[in-house]
Design a protein around this ligand. Structure first.
Ligand code: ZN
Length: 156
């Protein structure tokens, strides 16, 4: 059975950037279960996995446009240090805004803090090493819910 729209696939994956740093991996965990063709995964992964079957091992290179997007300069902003209420602020810290966005502190100056609301993988070329562990039909219920049920999925 091949991975096509509305199939459930289980994959093991390791994600690295172009310098070989491991950004994420399913190694040592359950494989990732998802439904193909409905946006569970980033577009570049869905395209790379289309037509693959159980046992296939492949490498998928995903450009930012088909991954987490390109960096939007408008989402990098300067905030007065005072806005942090005296908390010690250092680069790399993450805060949730009142709008629910997660921003990352990229630099701290004397009176201003620069924060970046882009996804941390925006603008990054992604290299996936993937092994397809399982492929099956999605149930009508899974398709209507938009997620996988049972092993590796939602239990409800
Ligand atoms: Zn459900």
């Amino acid at each position: 059975m091949q991975i096509t729209k509305h199939k459930v696939a289980a994959i093991h994956y390791t994600l690295t950037d172009n310098s070989g740093n491991i950004l994420d991996s399913s190694s040592g965990r359950e494989p990732l279960y998802y439904i193909q063709g409905i946006g569970n995964l980033i577009l570049g992964m869905e395209e790379g996995l289309e037509g693959k079957k159980k046992g296939d091992k492949l490498q998928i290179k995903v450009a930012p446009e088909k991954g987490y997007g390109v960096k939007d300069p408008a989402m990098v902003q300067q905030v007065p240090l005072q806005a942090f209420g005296g908390e010690k602020v250092t680069p790399g810290m993450k805060f949730q805004t009142n709008q629910g966005h997660v921003v990352t502190v990229t630099s701290v100056e004397a009176e201003t803090v620069t924060v970046d609301a882009n996804h941390e993988l925006a603008g990054v070329e992604l290299n996936f090493d993937v092994e397809v562990m399982e492929v099956r039909d999605a149930s009508a219920e899974e398709i209507s819910h938009g997620h996988v049920h049972g092993p590796g999925g939602h239990h409800h």
